[in-house]
Design a protein. Structure first.
Lengths: 786, 263
């Protein structure tokens, strides 16, 4: 049994006490004396020439401090892109300027045109209504395939076309892949859409800029998953503020899901305006603004082909994807459909030849970037759908076809440039088969049919790459950042510790689980460990939280720093105990001399470090504080097998999920309760994508789903009681905790299970339906049955 | 939200007077539509006349003719709890919106707004309800005049709605997945004089009666009586959540289910 509070214990989340009792400190809770409010006037047309923005009447209105337009930002940098993709011809991607406020043109509904700073938000809104904007509308390009046709209207006049890049991976494999298709015994082809989503964190984005004239110091409070990244990007590339004069604080953050990774115009604006107006400047997004200014997710259109030999072995895989970038490149947008997507196309299978083509396209829509899973859900969805379709075409059991093609030997180098360190796909599938009670499915189907419903069972596997990433590797792939993580462990004189981690918690429970690790290592109560994050003035340079990287990379940095602490503490203990350092053992918070009953408590050692009266000053410095930076040797590769059972109402097309089972291999686990919560949340979002969520534009670029009246979020009664199992995973081989990460798995693994189940249900009624595009809303399922 | 004044009269007569004072005044029922509209700056009344303080417009009672009479300012939650003499009506009220909507929203507000996807218009029209105002009584058949359009004059307030109690009735709502308003909602009510079928959510003209279905059901009140009957989707709402043809299909499905459930 794990020690209460240590590794493996389902310790309740300490941060929940403040979240649930209303004493959290979210960015919108921050109000600074004298602050002004900003309201952004946003474009209501998708594409147009911005002839003029007349602010003269608005400037004279009550309470207005100052009104900014695009012209005010000509001298500062545009919003930077953090990843440069090189295309299949060796050319770097087209990278348009992304202004803080629209200048000369507007390129999507919701793009900010002017910013009104006023004493109150209502005054700012009133004044914004008095701004006269003259826009000459231009034809909008919304559909990606239309956007890349000759003669299509150009989103950016200074680019050669709307094609950002045409990426081939692995380009050298292309001919061999094509040859394998010519020689295949069977080819399964599927065209599908990975629907555009809006992340919708419960807390909308907020930014508060503050400037201290006396010291020339800027502070930005912001809803970010990675405050150091914002400090670097905004300071170095946008506003030209050196990092030592810029503090970025991301306090309690109410959900991110990827969309709070990126550096946004509103953050740069509030920082800039605080100095220009000499007042703190605050912006809080409304939900409507969030729909049209938070980076969206997914939005791929794909054709995938799977080649099999006569024995049903996968011989080759070929994909052709259009990936929507929106009107501008969001911070990490180019990496999502390429390196976070193409490298995962092998999935759990030993397919020897793979070629992935991705055309990234500019359209007059909100920028698209990483959303929970980021590229991996898109890869998993298409792969697991085409494998399922192949099984149905060949008349073989979908699980047997998967098992036959599983990778079984590790490490395994895929043909798409990554090496899986460990895994056991048969074991997770075994677990799934027992959890899912597949043997009882026929009886459950018969019962559903008796009630006039169709029942379907869908199964799929997934593999993901977490713990991004070895910095030298991603540097070669175009990342303009390192992707290590940092931690400083500061031990206080009385024995308590403060861990300052570069990871950022925005709902994941790090304050609890990180403390469990350190308390286990030292053998002290977890309550003696405080986790601090989210403030560049407190925490060493860190890269933040996304890609399920916190425990694998941030946790590893913390382990390394704690190991340094323990090593130094042992030196002090050996001095106090007058014993050889090699004989000192640390157990249950006390240092002892091996083979004796001599020991000294943790608190005595820490006190000695800060009151070094009896201390080996000739050998070591006083104090007990260590920092480590951890750069991972490889990604981690969580995997799993999921099963979904649905009932479809044939009269209405309504799908209800009756059972959902998730068998995951996350390696070692620190806090099983938190992991279960992460899986549940991921499943809810994956099922949301599969059944409900749909960010839709009309042909003119108006956002049709701009509120919860039309954008369907999953609610509790849309979801079944989940069955999850993530025990006994295969530990990661290359990080000190043997952990892999669990944040995105549910969102990656669940959409194909749902669609596979619905297709199974429809086929059980004799319907010739091989695919339905997500979301599988009642009208779409009904239409597919007609 | 723009600035506005609020008054909260205690009597119907005072509310009517407040509404006639200025053409820019607007009655406020439970505010479940109007307040979000104001917050989005899509309406700018100078004065809101709250009807929430008028006790004579609240509550459920039984009329001399056996009708269920509901005050115009009665919340959905109260109707759900107290209109037990008309179970299908109480059940309809119990499934409008969410608890916040049900505890603030009122029957008068809903009928005055006449949202094409709201539930109450179907209940009122299928029941042949009488809409009583400060000035007159309006039959449901004359009251609903298209999407967001009613027979109410400026400043006219719904003070009471009288529902004749049917022999059997049922409301079937197929919800729009995002808003959970009715994508299609069908209220079927069987009276001694015949069956009435009213459908909300589907038509570009707002709530409507399905005459063919009524005729068939008046002869034979069973789902099978509807076999072969269908509506055209041509004039039906077509949006993100369903085409006109899909809505027309759902009208038939939900009508059958309502008849079966009504017994």
């Amino acid at each position: 049994m794990p020690k209460d509070g240590g590794i493996g214990a389902s310790t309740k989340r300490r941060e929940d006490v403040r979240f649930l009792t209303g004493v959290g400190n979210y960015t919108d809770d921050i109000n600074i004396h004298g602050q002004a409010h900003v309201f952004f006037l946003r474009s209501d047309v998708a594409h147009g020439t911005l002839n003029s923005v007349d602010t003269s009447a608005a400037e004279a209105m009550d309470g207005v401090v100052r009104i900014f337009t695009g012209a005010d930002f000509e001298a500062v940098g545009g919003m930077p892109c953090g990843w440069q993709v090189t295309d299949r011809h060796g050319e770097v991607m087209q990278e348009p300027r992304h202004p803080i406020l629209a200048h000369q043109k507007v390129r999507h509904v919701g793009e900010p045109i002017a910013a009104v700073v006023a004493d109150t938000l209502e005054q700012a809104r009133d004044a914004a209504e008095a701004i006269v904007v003259d826009i000459a509308e231009l034809p909008a390009v919304i559909d990606m395939k239309d956007a890349v046709k000759d003669g299509a209207p150009k989103v950016h006049d200074d680019l050669t076309s709307n094609l950002c890049y045409d990426w081939g991976f692995v380009e050298e494999n292309k001919d061999a892949v094509n040859k394998a298709f010519e020689e295949a015994a069977h080819v399964t082809t599927l065209e599908l859409v990975n629907n555009r989503l809006v992340a919708n964190p419960m807390e909308p984005r907020v930014a508060v800029g503050e400037y201290a004239r006396g010291t020339d110091e800027h502070t930005l409070y912001t809803t970010s998953q990675n405050p150091h990244v914002i400090r670097l990007l905004m300071g170095a590339f946008v506003l030209g503020i050196p990092e030592h004069k810029l503090r970025v604080v991301a306090p309690d953050v109410g959900g991110g899901f990827g969309t709070k990774i990126f550096h946004y115009q509103e953050e740069a604006f509030c920082t800039f305006a605080a100095k220009a107006c000499n007042r703190p400047v605050k912006w809080t997004s409304s939900r409507t603004e969030a729909f049209m200014s938070d980076a969206h997710g997914r939005d791929h259109v794909t054709k995938i082909e799977l080649a099999l030999d006569a024995d049903n072995n996968f011989t080759a895989l070929r994909t052709d994807t259009y990936a929507n970038m929106g009107a501008y490149l969001s911070t990490f947008a180019p990496s999502v459909p390429t390196w976070l997507h193409g490298t995962l196309m092998a999935g759990n299978y030993k397919t020897p030849l793979i070629y992935v083509n991705v055309k990234a396209v500019f359209t007059n829509t909100v920028p698209v970037d990483a959303y929970r899973g980021a590229g991996r859900p898109e890869a998993t969805f298409q792969l697991e759908r085409v494998v399922d379709k192949a099984a149905r075409e060949l008349g073989v059991d979908p699980i047997a076809l998967r098992r036959q093609n599983f990778i079984t030997e590790f490490p395994y180098a895929t043909p798409v440039a990554v090496e899986y360190d460990t895994g056991d796909y048969h074991a997770t599938m075994d677990k799934l088969e027992s959890m899912g009670d597949f043997a009882g499915f026929a009886a459950r189907r018969a019962e559903s049919e008796k009630n006039g419903k169709l029942r379907g069972l869908g199964v799929n596997c997934y593999i993901e790459a977490c713990g991004i990433a070895p910095s030298n590797l991603v540097g070669q792939l175009g990342a303009r950042a390192g992707l290590y993580e940092s931690a400083t462990v500061r031990v206080n004189a009385t024995g308590g510790l403060v861990v300052m981690t570069g990871s950022h918690s925005h709902g994941q429970g790090h304050e609890t689980s990180f403390a469990q690790v350190v308390s286990e290592m030292i053998g002290i109560d977890a309550n003696m460990v405080e986790i601090v994050h989210g403030d560049t003035s407190k925490v060493p340079m860190g890269m933040g939280t996304y890609g399920s990287r916190s425990i694998a990379v941030g946790g590893s940095a913390m382990v390394r720093a704690t190991e340094k602490i323990i090593a130094k503490a042992k030196k002090i203990a050996s001095h106090l105990l007058e014993a050889s350092e090699a004989d000192i053992e640390l157990k249950d918070g006390a240092f002892s001399v091996a083979g004796t009953d001599k020991s000294v408590a943790w608190g005595d050692v820490t006190l000695a470090a800060y009151v070094p009266h009896n201390y080996p000053l000739e050998d070591i410095e006083p104090g007990l504080e260590e920092t480590a930076f951890y750069d991972p040797a490889n990604f981690t590769y969580p995997s799993g097998a999921y099963a979904c059972e649905v009932e479809v109402d044939p009269d209405t097309g309504k799908v209800s999920i009756e059972r959902f089972c998730a068998a995951d291999d996350f390696g070692n686990i620190i806090n099983p309760m938190i992991v279960t919560g992460q899986v549940h949340g991921g499943l809810a979002q994956g099922i949301g994508q599969a059944l409900l969520e749909n960010c839709a534009y009309d042909a003119d670029g108006q956002l049709l789903s701009a509120s919860y009246m039309d954008y369907a979020m999953p609610r509790a009664d849309d979801l079944p009681m989940f069955q999850v199992d993530h025990e006994d995973g295969t530990p990661c081989t290359h990080n000190p905790l043997g952990v892999k990460g669990c944040g995105e798995a549910g969102a990656i693994g669940s959409p194909p299970a749902v669609v596979n189940a619905v297709v199974d249900a429809l086929q059980s009624a004799g319907k010739d339906v091989t695919h339905v595009d997500m979301p599988l809303s009642p009208d779409r399922v009904w239409a597919a049955m007609q | 939200m723009y600035n506005f004044d609020v008054v909260k009269p205690a009597r119907i007569a005072d509310a009517v007077k407040e509404l006639s004072d200025s053409s820019e005044s607007q009655p406020l029922g439970g505010g479940q539509t109007l307040i979000p509209t104001l917050k989005q700056r899509l309406a700018s009344p100078e004065k809101l006349v709250s009807l929430a303080g008028i006790d004579e417009m609240k509550g459920v009672c039984k009329g001399e003719d056996g009708s269920v009479c509901i005050g115009g300012a009665t919340t959905h939650a109260t109707v759900a709890a107290e209109a037990g003499d008309y179970p299908a009506l109480a059940a309809t009220a119990a499934h409008i919106g969410d608890p916040a909507v049900r505890n603030r929203g009122t029957i008068g507000g809903s009928l005055a707004n006449n949202d094409p996807s709201a539930c109450y218009p179907a209940a009122a029209l299928a029941s042949g309800a009488i809409i009583k105002t400060n000035a007159r009584e309006i039959a449901a058949d004359d009251y609903f005049q298209g999407m967001f359009t009613t027979a109410l004059d400026e400043g006219e307030i719904i003070t009471e709605v009288r529902f004749p109690v049917p022999e059997a009735a049922n409301y079937q709502k197929f919800v729009q997945p995002a808003s959970r308003f009715a994508l299609v909602g069908v209220f079927v009510a069987k009276y001694g004089g015949g069956v009435r079928v009213a459908i909300t959510g589907a038509s570009n003209d707002g709530v409507f009666r399905w005459a063919e279905a009524e005729a068939a059901l008046s002869t034979n009140f069973s789902a099978s009586a509807l076999d072969g009957l269908s509506l055209s989707g041509d004039d039906m709402i077509s949006d993100l959540h369903g085409t006109g043809a899909y809505r027309a299909h759902l009208c038939a499905v939900m009508t059958k289910r309502a008849v079966t459930a009504a017994g």
